[in-house]
Design a protein around this ligand. Structure first.
Ligand SMILES: [Zn+2]
Ligand SMILES: [Zn+2]
Length: 371
């Protein structure tokens, strides 16, 4: 044993809560005290520096149906920056004690005959192990990690911003591998959680004109943050859905109409709301793309004949691997994604409050100082 007692934020209950119900934190989570296990060959002991609360962590806490598979108890957390404290037996190449890094979140299965793992696409492994869901993760003050699944920091990245490399890496995967964004395109992002906001920022940085859509309860925090960054915002409601709003005319910062006759060049769906996706496909121009970054709590009823007749391309994106992490680190160092604008910092002692605030969408992205 490494004999230091550390704390971790652990999922234990599986009581189902609705979105927004902060009571879930009290009922489904607790703070554990634990000792880290002895290191095996190839493993490192790391001090967790800053960990961000992911929408998936919120969904796991609420025990949404697409997150009820997580075995409990489990110290969750997969978006973090960390520092190497100690090595197990073996050769660690250029890694040194004190190095700062990001663990990748999707670790793969490590089987020699797995095509995804063999090509380094751990995110596409059918039996993938995910940090903080299959094994204890980054809401522990220390972690035991496999040394070949860490991405050392580049270019003096601030460890607080380093906590959001993982979500940004997923958006990097979407924007650069799946969305063929060309300057001048009109890109609509549905859903204004951090993934939507990151997608909006990176799509604009790639030369697109961008609008981001949310609902009434997003108006004062998430959409406001987007407006401050001069991103066009759209508030949709049951009375005025996305299609209606675009047909009525959404105007950008210069007062120009967004889209062409209510249609856009690319839709990036980040809301995870089945109805939002079902409606949003009608806003895409024929032969153009719908990129899905979200997952959905139940089946989505899509008008498939419409998709056929409009020749739409539906593209899914899941997770990220090492290359996407390296690009995300560089984007943060360069300020291409303005992390400070979207982050709220909490101490570990206030982690319950950070989860409650995240569940109630009072903030955009909670980052916890873990030690
Ligand atoms: Zn995440
Ligand atoms: Zn695999």
């Amino acid at each position: 044993m490494n004999n230091k007692i550390i704390k971790g934020f652990s999922l234990h209950g599986s009581e189902r809560f609705h979105p927004g119900e902060a009571e879930a934190v009290k009922r489904n989570t607790f703070i554990v005290e634990m000792e880290m296990p002895e290191l095996k060959e190839g493993e490192i002991l790391a001090e967790t520096l800053y960990t961000a609360i992911c929408e998936s962590d919120v969904n796991a806490t609420l025990c949404k149906p697409n997150f009820d598979w997580i075995q409990r108890p489990k110290v969750i957390g997969h978006e973090c920056s960390a520092k190497i404290l100690k090595f197990g037996p073996g050769n660690y190449g250029s890694l040194k004690v004190g190095d700062l890094f990001n663990p990748v979140a999707q670790l793969g299965c490590r089987k020699k005959d797995c095509p995804a793992c063999r090509s380094g696409k751990w995110n596409l492994c059918p039996d993938k192990v995910i940090l903080g869901y299959h094994k204890n993760g980054a809401f522990g003050q220390q972690m035991v990690l496999e040394s070949d699944r860490v991405v050392p920091f580049t270019g003096g990245l601030n460890p607080e911003f380093g906590a959001i490399v993982e979500p940004l890496s997923v958006v990097v995967n979407a924007i650069y591998s799946k969305c063929d964004i060309k300057p001048g395109m009109d890109v609509l992002v549905t859903g204004c959680g951090i993934m939507g906001l990151m997608a909006a920022e990176l799509a604009r940085a790639a030369g697109a004109r961008v609008a981001i859509a949310g609902i009434e309860q997003d108006r004062n925090v998430r959409l406001k943050a987007a407006r401050k960054r001069n991103i066009t915002t759209v508030v949709v409601s049951p009375e005025k859905n996305l299609l209606t709003r675009l047909n009525e005319g959404v105007r950008d910062g210069q007062g120009l109409l967004f889209g062409t006759k209510g249609k856009v060049d690319l839709l990036i769906e980040c809301s995870g709301v089945p109805q939002a996706l079902a409606e949003a496909i009608y806003t895409v121009k024929p032969e153009h793309d719908v990129c899905l970054i979200a997952t959905y709590p139940n089946d989505v009823e899509l008008d498939m004949t419409y998709i056929t007749r409009q020749s739409l391309n539906i593209k899914g994106v899941t997770g990220s691997h090492r290359e996407h992490f390296m690009i995300a680190q560089k984007l943060l160092v360069q300020g291409a994604f303005p992390a400070a604008h979207y982050i709220n910092l909490y101490d570990f002692n206030h982690i319950n409050e950070a989860f409650a605030d995240s569940i109630q969408t009072k903030i955009i992205k909670a980052v916890i100082k873990m030690n």
